[in-house]
Design a binder for this molecule. Structure first.
Ligand SMILES: [Zn+2]
Length: 173
């Protein structure tokens, strides 16, 4: 960010709370950089895991559970439910919090929920999804690590891999 989002004046670097941050000499606005929550739904139906084939980074061209940014007017759970609906057409109820993945410099934190598919139709509805389907435990895709990916790709890959392993062991169902 080069200019103040509030008044348009060019930002300068200053020290605030012991850390260098962009700030506005005009109105005092300070740019804080904090990890943004992403809600992920480990959505299942009849012991099968709902995955989408991703079109966009991170992990473009990989199978992964539905996930996305949480909007300001929703809870994490509501965000997870909406993402599943948008990406697959399925309606889910959120059962419980599963895990929180957090790593420095990723810019996001990943909050995963166990979700149950209770209705809707399996139709790719979002532009960021190529395909969508349910996978039984023995059908889960064995995906190679990203090649020349960004740090976020590798981190997200590890998280998805762990989610698959947990699902095989019965966690999240
Ligand atoms: Zn300003």
């Amino acid at each position: 960010m080069k200019y103040c989002a509030q008044c348009g004046v060019e930002l300068i670097l200053g020290i605030e709370s012991g850390r260098e941050r962009p700030m506005c000499p005009g109105c005092g606005f300070i740019v804080y950089r904090n990890p943004v929550p992403v809600a992920l739904a480990v959505a299942t139906r009849e012991d099968k895991l709902l995955l989408v084939h991703r079109l966009n980074p991170p992990l473009a061209d990989y199978w992964a559970p539905c996930a996305g940014y949480v909007e300001i007017d929703e809870s994490l759970e509501e965000g997870a439910r909406r993402e599943v609906k948008e990406e697959t057409g399925c309606d889910v109820v959120i059962d419980k919090l599963l895990n929180v993945y957090s790593r420095a410099h990723m810019g996001v934190m990943l909050v995963t929920f166990a979700a149950r598919v209770v209705g809707g139709n399996l139709v790719p509805q979002a532009q960021e999804v190529v395909a969508t389907r349910f996978f039984a435990r023995h059908e889960l895709p064995d995906q190679p690590p990203p090649v020349e990916g960004k740090p976020l790709d590798y981190w997200f890959y590890e998280a998805v891999k762990e989610i698959f392993e947990d699902f095989k062991r019965g966690i999240g169902r």
